[in-house]
Design a protein around this ligand. Sequence first.
Ligand code: NAD
Length: 485
Amino acid sequence: MRKSQLYINGKLISAKKTYIRENPATMEPLQEVSLASKKDINNACSSALTAFAVWSKTPPVVRGQMMFKIANLIREKINILSLINTQETGKPINESTLVELGGVIRTFEYYAGLATKIKGNSQVINHELLSITLKEPVGVVGQILPWNFPLLLAAWKIAPALAAGCCIVVKPSELTPHGTIELAKIISDCGVPNGVVNVCPGSGEDAGDALVKNNKISKISFTGSSQVGKLIVRNSAANLTKLSLELGGKAPNIVFDDANLSSCIEANLRGGFFNQGENCTAVTRLFIHKKIYNKFLKLYVKNISKINQEDPESMTSQMGSLISSQHLKKVKQCVSKSLSQGGKLIYQGKIKKNLKGYFYPPTLIETSSSKNILFKEEVFGPVVAIIKFENEKEVVAMANDTNYGLAGGVWTQDISRALRVASSIDAGYLWVNTYGGIIPETPYGGVKQSGLGKELGSEGLEEYIRTKNISIFTGSSLPSWYGNK
Ligand code: NAD
């Protein structure tokens, strides 16, 4: 069985505590995972701090060149990385290769290009005073990851931090550590000095908590649940650590009666069931105008029933297993609760008999009550709530009736209505007449309880940079204040 060790200062190290992680699609043992202790985290932070003296002074052009190399080496190793990713998560191999690893490569290339575009400013305050601003890396950053897109989300955090000149301690989810360790080894193989990227798998309570509280850390970038996000805000207060938080979502997708139905069905299949619905921007509340409700429902169900849920390592698999037995239990409980609260089961697929892992079938539930659990809580599984609406005002109010504000979508041929509704939705990332696909060039992040700060785009790079002002006196002598000559 393979080992997922810690990667500290360019070396693989076994932790004292380990556990056996299974493949969620087969329930067979997959790897022995090292769980970092507080001491391991402290060692990783010290290595990163030592490396910071070198990496922060490495010319941006050299950092960028190394990052282009990293993108190329990932491209060469795409098949093995995709397989690791699929075995750890249970997601279809095609989604791992084409979407997740494809996104990882694009992200490294995008930030490789941005490494040389970081620049400050200068301003003549008056004829004797010049002010310049310097853009500096924030320091050592702690990055805490969830399990749903282990490699993509690692790239969204590691690439901008490297471009900015920061050093990194990553804590992947204890369920999906191995891909991130392989990624760190690739980064070292491309010339990035030891200690710049360290990876410490471990539990949230031990390793995550120790990272958040470590006083060598200047910034924490966290992706995960809103519940843990709030805990991190509290725990980072002692050191006033800079934070960015990418948290949960409850995305609405609003379909008006003039929508292009075939595109809309395609997008909602991806929106609801891609990555088994374990996706923070998944369409979880699908609002359909009453005039097209029946037609939409018929077409949507017909297409959902064709989703091929099978062994995720098969090239024809379109949907795999959930991440763990615990998560499967949670999804089942949410569905039962929704039905007990008046939700109506419109469609549920059947799990093939040969599948042994934590599979849950695509599920569609009709609901009208905003009190239904599917309106309020993140299920994080292949479960879509479908809701009929009558007019724009009513649907915008329903869409915003949530503590979350991550993403959403609008479907209409009326450009004014599209912009009006998209602007009225209280969320950070909106799509019009398409859904899904977050590209590195665009700033991504939530509002309300979906998060703080941005990832991706130039805004994502800014999160790893601090601004210093230097004012320079350019006159021959300072004016006297105390009357001294
Ligand atoms: P989680 O919050 O349970 O865990 C996320 C990470 O935090 C894990 O690495 C975990 O070990 C760590 N952690 C747990 N307790 C901690 C603590 N006390 N201190 C420090 N770290 C701690 O989330 P999850 O179950 O891994 O992932 C699913 C969640 O992630 C969903 O809510 C989903 O919406 C969210 N998510 C958000 C985005 C986004 O971009 N907004 C993307 C993916 C996932």
